[in-house]
Design a protein around this ligand. Structure first.
Ligand code: DCP
Ligand code: MG
Length: 354
């Protein structure tokens, strides 16, 4: 059976979060410094990339390429938060989500029954949802295996959506520069270059034996992928013990009626996610982020499971109302359900095995 795989990767992730949260940085060359490897950049905004600035580059080199570069310290919490939001969007479409890092994941949507089952439309929808809920852009790649989906998501960055249908895959791979083959690291790329291998077509001309003798196990992988063969499954990995939804508003809101109607819409979305997972939870948590980024959250744990949407929304609104009158304009509202019956989490995984 032909699978439908989507790879989603956020654009200039850390830098985009910073530009979102600090409007004065928008449209400017911005780089985020890495925390652990001091002196090396974690990433750079697309404005900075025009100057050749990129991740893992020493800050001093980046500044000599782009003297106007604004270098800021990374703020892990904001990235974690955005990552959680995108993951909960993914889980709405499939249980088969394999996160590779905070900002990217593979999704197997072969059995996803929305958008007429078109993986392309699902990818477009996910991109739109990410934009609405995080005010950030993502790029998506769609194809029939992980390798091609990953290559596709990179192909039209930023804010891209690129599809490689089975009938186009081989021609596409022949044209693809060797450095763009996912899995070909710097060292291998160098080696390929000395062998005169510039693109997929050149790679395809090499025998399996030859590739294995040059690159070991990776050689067999290269032999397969250039032929569009990659049978690796999307391995679901779930760490989230809560399901919910949140929304960052385009402009901050203050009117109670406005706040409540938006909150109810968010709670409805949160409930759809809970329902989709077939889980029973007892704790409702609401989150309010104010215009000045102060975050407030309040939880309530019940002695019974929240049984239906009406109960969920009613209780969530009650929690929100406890905070009235709100003192400041609101930038984001969110609500989650957690504290699940552990057993209710299990069947979801097994039912959906291939
Ligand atoms: N990152 C890091 N150090 C690296 C590479 C990445 O700390 N050497 C962090 C910062 C990135 C995030 O991980 O924002 C995601 O990595 P990506 O490779 O997806 O790069 P970006 O999302 O920044 O840019 P792109 O638009 O190319 O995906
Ligand atoms: Mg990225």
């Amino acid at each position: 059976m032909i699978r439908k795989i989507i790879h989603i990767d956020m654009d200039a992730f850390y830098a985009s979060v910073e530009q979102r949260d600090h409007p004065e940085l928008r449209g400017k060359p911005v780089a985020v410094g890495g925390n652990s490897r001091r002196g090396v950049l974690a990433t750079a905004s697309y404005e900075a990339r025009k100057y050749g600035v990129k991740s893992a580059m020493p800050t001093s080199m980046a500044l000599s390429l782009c003297p106007d570069l604004i270098v800021i310290q990374s703020n892990g919490k904001a990235y974690q938060e955005a990552s959680q939001v995108i993951r909960s969007i993914f889980y709405e479409y499939t249980d088969w989500v394999e996160p590779l890092s905070l900002d990217e994941a593979f999704l197997d949507v072969t059995f996803c029954d929305v958008a007429g089952r078109s993986a392309t439309l699902i990818a477009a929808e996910i991109k739109k949802r990410i934009k609405e809920e995080t005010a950030l852009t993502a790029s998506a790649g769609v194809s029939y295996n992980k390798f091609l989906a990953k290559v596709a998501s990179d192909y039209k960055k930023p804010d891209g959506l690129f599809v490689i249908p089975p009938e186009n895959a081989l021609a596409f791979l022949e044209e693809l520069p060797i450095g763009k083959f996912f899995g070909v690291g710097k060292v291998s790329a160098q080696r390929f270059s000395t062998m005169g291998v510039k693109n997929g077509k050149d790679l395809k001309a090499l025998s399996r034996e030859n590739l294995v003798s040059c690159f070991g196990k990776a050689g067999a992988y290269y032999y397969d992928i250039v032929r569009g063969i990659d049978n690796r499954e999307v391995i679901p990995f779930r760490e989230s013990k809560s399901f919910g939804a949140e929304c960052t508003f385009e402009t901050d809101i203050f009117e109670v009626t406005d706040i409540e109607s938006r909150f109810v819409a968010i709670a409805e979305r949160a409930w759809r996610r809970v329902n989709k997972q077939n889980v029973e939870g007892r704790t409702i948590t609401i989150k309010i982020k104010f215009y000045d980024f102060e975050i407030f959250s309040r939880s309530k744990t019940f002695d019974h499971f929240i049984e239906d949407k009406e109960m969920f929304i009613f209780e969530a609104v009650q929690l929100l109302q406890k905070e009235y009158p709100l003192q400041k304009k609101v930038r984001l509202l969110g609500v989650t359900l957690s504290n699940f019956n552990e057993e209710s989490l299990e069947p979801v995984q097994s039912i959906l095995k291939f």
